[in-house]
Design a protein. Structure first.
Length: 159
């Protein structure tokens, strides 16, 4: 079974959304054989990836950064989507953090990078805005030898 993990931005500009969705779909649905998708189900890239992975027949493994992770969702629709996707997961891994901190996010991202054959990064190429952000996890994956596929719409900037 091939394992593909995700890291990515929570806020994807609308002008990049169709490109991001199409690239994720091509990568996941174009794969032959069984597939496991690893995601923390954060709003944005993680939830998009997980939804498409399930549509493509992958098994979903959810990596929960902390015990209070649900409190980090600002929008009710994002929390509802998190709960829906989580209920469809084949497996759940929980990091040993009581509270959502940058360290908890980094640990979850590192776990995903360490436990996948390829890391898909929905990333604008800029440094992370906090420890455990997309740029940090991409750097970690590359340093540890996990292949990384970056998806981003050229010329689009995040707010």
């Amino acid at each position: 079974m091939k394992r593909i993990g995700v890291t990515g931005h929570r806020n994807i500009p609308p002008e990049a959304m169709s490109h991001v969705r199409a690239a994720i779909r091509t990568l996941l649905c174009g794969h032959s054989g069984s597939l496991e998708a690893l995601s923390s189900l954060a709003a944005g890239a993680d939830q998009i990836f997980a939804g498409i992975a399930l549509e493509c027949g992958a098994e979903l493994t959810v990596v929960i950064p902390s015990g209070d992770y649900e409190e980090d969702f600002d929008q009710p629709d994002e929390l509802a989507r998190f709960r829906d996707l989580r209920s469809l997961a084949s497996q759940e891994i929980r990091m040993a953090f009581d509270h959502s901190t940058d360290e908890a996010y980094y640990a979850a991202g590192a776990y995903i990078a360490d436990n996948c054959d390829r890391l898909l990064a929905v990333w604008d190429g800029l440094p992370a805005r906090g420890l455990g952000g997309t740029g940090d996890i991409v750097r970690y994956a590359r340093r540890t030898g996990t292949p990384v596929t970056v998806i981003w719409q050229p010329g689009v900037r995040r707010a």
